[in-house]
Design a protein around this ligand. Structure first.
Ligand SMILES: *Cc1c(COP(=O)(O)O)cnc(C)c1O
Length: 360
């Protein structure tokens, strides 16, 4: 109806059409307020209701316990690479697990603030698997253990969380947020840049256990970069990303209407299976990741021949599928199959790839 393509972008990524339609209908006049949400004071009653409902709907979806704060912070997921060590390194010591490009960036930033022990890495095979973390060298004064739970670029996901021996687990869930149920109390902190699986770019949602929100930070810590600032001000210390909060709130309600995260997991598993079954049966294409660590959200695949990979990208683009070129560090192709990608999109892509294979 809108002449939309199937957009397999890793982020910003495709959004649910019913949500986009609601936003369109409210753009010029939000429910009789006489103005749209992007024109509205963040201190207005109308906006306060929008942010309160967004938080409550997220709490309902994830079953977030009362002793966790939900914070909406600007700066994307990247700002968290610095805020986490700034705020959580009390003894100046943390364990990081290196599973790809995004954990590498987090490690580089954390090293500026303290002692970082990269206790496990999958670098030896270009991050095609998740290393065993059942016996990490956690010490009495280790502040936290850090993972990137779904590596967007490499297409791996953690099946079993590491044993942190009681220390807080900090997880970057940017590219898997709300894709399946999550037991929040297994974590000290979860965060996600919202432009992968939820809403527009430029905001992160941080879910943080209250006892990890400290006041006794280095006095040079910028006020904006203290979790306490955002927790005390209800995410409105300064003007928040009102637009992103509004859109995310709509997506939360939409996910609830579909049956919540249990339903999303079923839908996402069915969708990913269409793609992985094809890759496993194809003579031309293969998945780039060890099968037991395959992501439901980001599916990198290759032919093994760079020129042929480039031909496939051009072929799919001509057939109406967008953003399938793989990240340069992995090569080949990557299909991101976030919550909002319909199963029909993946089925159509598989048909297209089968056709290419038959013709070549
Ligand atoms: C995209 C992404 C980021 C960075 O997000 P920004 O909002 O661009 O800062 C961090 N971590 C993961 C896992 C990502 O997929």
């Amino acid at each position: 109806m809108y002449n939309r393509t199937y957009n397999f972008s890793a982020g910003p990524a495709t959004m649910p059409v019913p949500v986009l339609e609601e936003i369109r209908d409210e753009l010029l006049n939000y429910r009789g307020a006489g103005m749209g949400v992007m024109e509205m004071s963040h201190r207005s009653k109308v906006f306060q209701t929008i942010i309160d409902e967004a938080e409550q709907d997220l709490r309902d979806l994830m079953g977030i316990p009362d002793n966790y704060k939900v914070l909406f912070i600007q700066g994307g997921a990247t700002l968290q690479f610095a805020m986490i060590p700034m705020n959580l390194m009390k003894n100046g010591k943390a364990i990081y697990i290196e599973t790809g490009a995004w954990s590498k960036k987090a490690i580089a930033e954390a090293k500026k603030y303290g002692e970082v022990n990269v206790a496990a890495s999958s670098k030896d095979r270009n991050y095609a698997y998740i290393p065993d973390c059942s016996d990490l060298p956690v010490e009495e004064d280790t502040d936290y253990v850090y993972i990137c739970e779904n590596e967007t670029i490499h297409g791996t996901t953690w099946q079993k969380l590491p044993d942190t021996k009681g220390k807080p687990l900090v997880s970057d869930q940017s590219s898997m947020f709300l894709s399946k149920p999550c037991n929040v109390s297994d974590y000290g902190m979860i965060y996600a840049g919202v432009q992968k699986n939820v809403g527009p770019a430029g905001m992160v949602i941080a879910i943080i256990r209250e006892d990890l929100i400290r006041e006794d930070l280095d006095p040079k810590t910028p006020i904006y970069m203290m979790y306490k600032t955002h927790a005390d001000a209800g995410s409105m210390y300064n003007t928040p990303n009102c637009w992103a909060i509004y859109v995310c709130g709509k997506v939360f309600k939409y996910l609830k209407s579909l049956g919540g995260l249990t339903a999303m997991q079923r839908i996402n598993e069915e969708k990913a299976k269409v793609m992985y079954d094809f890759l496993d049966s194809s003579k031309m294409f293969r998945g780039a990741v060890d099968p037991e660590f395959r992501s439901l959200m980001n599916i990198p695949f290759v032919t093994g021949d760079k020129d042929l990979d480039a031909e496939v990208v051009a072929y799919t683009k001509a057939a109406g599928f967008e953003n399938l070129k793989g990240h340069k560090s992995v090569g080949g192709l990557r299909a991101s199959t976030y919550n909002a990608m319909p199963k029909e999109g993946v089925e159509a892509l598989v048909e297209c790839l089968k056709k290419f294979e038959a013709e070549h």
